[in-house]
Design a protein around this ligand. Structure first.
Ligand code: UDP
Ligand code: MG
Length: 318
């Protein structure tokens, strides 16, 4: 009887220094496990030696697979490519930078054997800057109020998914992908495993503040139209207040005649309304932008090269 297969998906963007380390760390974990494994590296348009290092591993191990994109398409898309090409009964999503401890693989597999469809790692924020931690807590608090799906602070993509969970994910075909939300959206039984935050081993994070901000907006907007509704409510409230203000002042003018003050109130009203209108337009624009991208129906990514033969994976679509 052949051993059951666990697949790893590792999105890699300029991770030359980490590729061999993560491969060795994973290989070590499986020495005393009754499972077979495959590792799928997604080279997401790296400009360093990442692809070369991956190919070196391919020579020495048949367990290593790779897909190399024609350019950088982003981690979310790299994960999608991974899900479309892995074959395992269970799939583990991991970063290449060794921030996701391999020691969690055994608890993941235990959870899988217990029958859970998602075994999810939740990190504390030890070592994160206090500003980033504060922003994160505030963000998750707000997002969970607005969006339909439950997104926990400290929960990322590091998790094990059963084949059923992966197949469910593959039915969601949207272009702007926010994996944390998609994982939550599919539901299924879940187990949480806590771990301590780990610092990156080599290279540096690809998440500049602006990228994090965009990611945050994606999270808030990808799942429902609550932000649009908020604009509607804010607009309605301001309209109501303005009407009250106008009627009160009309009443005062009729009684006392026109007094030529009011500079402050005029400017405040113009600025406040202008700001709210622009913000609302921005929110509407975000939605329209997404519709625009979705209607193009472009492939999510393009592959430059891979060692996965077509037909080898169930889904070979792009
Ligand atoms: N990554 C990717 N494409 C990108 C950015 C990141 O494939 O455009 C990969 C990266 O190589 C790493 C993982 O996604 O394996 C997480 O990235 P990073 O460590 O920069 O994020 P952080 O841990 O700081 O949130
Ligand atoms: Mg990292």
């Amino acid at each position: 009887m052949t051993a059951r297969l666990i697949s790893f998906i590792i999105p890699s963007f300029n991770e030359a220094g980490n590729i061999e380390l993560i491969y060795k760390a994973l290989d070590r974990e499986f020495e005393d496990l009754n499972y077979d494994y495959e590792i799928l590296f997604i080279n997401d348009g790296s400009t360093d030696d990442t692809l070369f290092r991956i190919k070196k591993l391919v020579f020495s191990s048949s367990k290593v697979k790779y897909i190399s994109f024609t350019r950088n398409f982003g981690k979310e898309v790299a994960l999608l490519a991974g899900f479309q090409h892995v074959k395992g009964e269970a799939v583990i999503v991991m970063d290449a930078d060794l921030q996701h401890p391999c020691s969690l693989i055994k608890p993941f597999i235990e959870g899988f054997e217990e029958g859970y469809h998602q075994v999810i790692a939740q990190r504390n924020r030890k070592g994160d800057g206090w500003l980033r931690s504060c922003f994160s807590s505030l963000y998750y608090c707000l997002v969970n109020k607005f969006v339909d799906v439950d997104i926990r602070n400290g929960v990322g993509d590091f998790r094990l998914l059963s084949r059923k969970a992966v197949d469910s994910l593959l039915t969601l075909n949207e272009g702007s992908r926010f994996s944390k939300g998609l994982f939550s959206w599919i539901g299924l039984s879940q187990k949480i495993i806590n771990y301590d935050n780990v610092a990156r081993k080599n290279g540096k994070t690809k998440w500049a503040f602006s990228k994090l901000l965009n990611y945050g907006i994606d999270g808030a907007i990808s799942f429902n139209n609550s932000p649009l509704r908020m604009c509607f409510y804010t607009g309605s409230l301001i309209l109501l207040l303005s009407l009250i203000y106008i009627f009160v002042h009309l009443f005062l003018i009729m009684n006392n005649g026109i007094v030529a003050h009011g500079y402050f109130t005029t400017i405040s009203a113009v600025l406040l309304l202008g700001g709210i209108q622009l913000l609302s337009l921005g929110v509407i624009g975000e939605y329209i932008g997404r519709i625009y991208y979705e209607t193009k129906k472009r492939p999510h990514y393009l592959i430059q090269e891979t060692n996965i033969k077509s037909g080898e994976s169930d889904e070979n679509k792009q």
